[in-house]
Design a binder for this molecule. Structure first.
Ligand SMILES: [Mn+2]
Length: 225
């Protein structure tokens, strides 16, 4: 296994583990604000001997409309969707995962929108293979989002290397062809201004015949409290 794959796989495994710990602690009522979760992520990464691929994003409710939101003292309880985006770094190689959980009880409508974003994540992943054009997969995501496409303002994904936002890109940019051995993110999102944000992001290895998912944390909508 090459160095990049080995280190990013290790990062993805750690991300999965940290996410399940976040859920357990959240269920136990141990997090009251965004910063509590962000600090916990940093602590767990350090404990595991990993660096941070970037400063963790924890964004409750309307804070998540800014997809680069910096964690604050905003209260989590009853705040609705909470975007948690973080990544471990081993030997400088970056991993990157986002899960969106829900503080409170999600309505039917909210569950449906979450389901839509998740579906885009799953269906776009299936398009990954050597030679596929990242731009076309991005356009496919836009199509699948339908009426919500206008609330998806960033790219669908990017390569992962020693820098967090590497090539190839799955975005507005044309002609970004995927090669076997590339590791890319798939991260559709929906951000409704002044309301809420949802993003679901995995790291995917491009192979000759298709892909291999490296992120395994559950994507079922988790409700806290
Ligand atoms: Mn990303």
């Amino acid at each position: 296994m090459d160095k990049k794959l080995k280190n990013i796989t290790r990062g993805c495994r750690l991300n999965d583990r940290v996410f399940s710990k976040i859920v357990a602690r959240a269920r136990a009522g141990e997090f009251s604000k965004e910063l509590d979760v962000a600090r916990f992520i940093k602590y767990e990464m350090r404990k595991a001997g990993a660096g941070l691929a970037f400063s963790p994003i924890v964004a409750i409710g309307k804070n998540a409309v800014d997809w680069h939101h910096r964690p604050t003292n905003s209260r989590l309880a009853g705040g609705g969707f909470c975007v948690i985006d973080f990544g471990a770094r081993f030997n400088r190689y970056c991993s990157d995962m986002t899960r969106t959980i829900y503080f409170g009880k999600a309505s039917k409508k909210e569950k449906a929108i979450y389901g839509k974003v998740l579906r885009v994540n799953v269906l776009c992943t299936k398009k990954i293979r050597e030679g596929a054009d990242g731009h076309r997969i991005y356009l496919y995501a836009k199509k699948l989002l339908g009426g919500h496409a206008k609330y998806f303002g960033h790219g669908l994904g990017h390569g992962l290397k020693k820098i967090i936002h590497a090539k190839p890109r799955l975005s507005k940019k044309e002609g970004q062809f995927l090669s076997a051995g590339d590791i890319v993110t798939i991260e559709p999102g929906v951000y409704v201004p002044k309301n809420f944000g949802i993003r679901v992001e995995d790291d995917i290895l491009v192979t000759k015949k298709g892909y291999r998912g490296l992120s395994h944390a559950t994507k079922k909508l988790i409700e806290i409290g």
